[in-house]
Design a protein around this ligand. Structure first.
Ligand SMILES: Nc1nc2c(ncn2[C@@H]2O[C@H](COP(=O)(O)OP(=O)(O)OP(=O)(O)O)[C@@H](O)[C@H]2O)c(=O)[nH]1
Ligand SMILES: [Mg+2]
Length: 323
């Protein structure tokens, strides 16, 4: 496959070309990765930018249902929407493809939508790089909004928030005034907290849960990236398609404010630096993973355990052998 014809087709917004390119980026084959890298370099000048929205929430909270309803609303407004997933537990990968395709049945038939299931990779680092490349490819293909979904299991939120312009946290209505054990660190990442399932019997509870979170958000330290009133908590119903327009309105308001105040650009620049740093670390660790390095490590290990070499000297020697 010629990368120049593939890049032309991506720029024209052809979904099959985009899917093919993402497959190249996700491949473990060196020649595929080289093609992907070439392709990304060619597409870098497209100048297209999407709004990247990260979405996290525990299993069953309604992420897929929300993406379907929200995505349909956006395509209904003439926007092109791409959906990517970051799934840290490759155990789920096989099932999540089918599960999400069926849950997002309407959206997956929409011609202005592109849905890509998560790559089945065991390292979060690997998943992050591939998702980053997939986002860049979707942008070049002219998608207006890229939704990046992740299951809330800790580390993956950090990855997603480092890949997005806006970070949404989806929560379920909770009984009583307990705050569902949502980790403070995750709450601090959220730009908008959406209490989903605000419908039927759950509506009143959802309203109360929303008030609790609004209160909790006000107690957090003010962030420089927020205008007055943010981060905020709102109720939505993905099933009944309630509150989605309002949520979108808030997202656009926040985005505009951040763009006007130079925060959008500064955030993307900081993210680029973050990923550069991660790539360097990743590549350095990969050098320890070669047969030669492992053999040398083993040899030095024996020296260290026999007390013939101290750990610091041994480390120095090992690092000296890496090229
Ligand atoms: N009442 C109500 N139920 C909802 C709503 N959104 C989702 N659900 C239900 O909650 C269940 C889980 O929804 P999903 O969209 O699959 O949740 P998810 O967060 O994608 O779950 P995982 O993919 O397993 O992490 C389904 O039975 C949905 O029908 C809502 O707005 N209201
Ligand atoms: Mg789901």
């Amino acid at each position: 496959m010629q990368t120049d014809s593939l890049s032309d087709r991506i720029l024209k917004g052809e979904r099959r070309a985009l899917a093919r390119a993402i497959t190249l980026a996700e491949s473990n084959r060196a020649d595929h990765r080289a093609q992907a890298s070439d392709l990304l370099a060619r597409l870098a000048g497209s100048g297209r930018q999407a709004l990247r929205i990260g979405l996290s929430g525990t299993p069953g909270v309604g992420k897929s249902t929300f993406i379907e309803s929200f995505g349909m609303m956006l395509t209904g407004q003439g926007l092109r929407v791409a959906v990517l997933a970051v799934d840290p537990s490759s155990a789920r990968s096989g099932g999540s493809i089918l599960g999400d395709k069926t849950r997002m049945e309407r959206l997956s038939r929409e011609k202005n939508a592109f849905i890509r299931p998560s790559p089945s990779q065991s390292h979060l680092g690997g998943v992050a790089r591939r998702t980053r490349e997939a986002i860049a490819l979707c942008e070049a293909a002219g998608y207006d909004v890229v939704l990046i979904e992740t299951v809330g299991v800790g580390q993956s939120e950090t990855v997603v928030s480092e890949l997005s312009d806006l970070f949404l946290l989806l929560l379920a209505p909770a009984g009583g005034d307990e705050l569902q054990g949502v980790k403070r660190g995750i709450m601090e990442m959220a730009d908008i907290i959406l209490i989903n399932k605000a419908d039927g019997d759950l509506k009143a509870t959802a309203t109360r849960t929303c008030a609790d979170y609004a209160g909790a958000l006000r107690l957090l330290r003010k962030r420089p990236q927020d205008p007055e009133g943010f981060p905020k908590a709102m109720t939505v119903s993905a099933v009944e398609e309630q509150g989605l327009e309002q949520a979108w309105h808030e997202m656009q308001f926040l985005t505009r404010w951040r763009r006007d105040n130079g925060i959008w650009e500064a955030n993307r620049a900081a993210q680029a630096r973050y990923w550069f740093d991660q790539e360097v670390r990743h590549a350095l660790l990969a050098r320890l993973d070669t047969p030669q390095a492992k053999a040398e490590m083993e040899r030095l290990n024996a020296e260290v355990s026999a007390g013939r070499l101290n750990p610091a000297r041994a480390a120095e020697k090992l690092l000296g052998t890496l090229s």
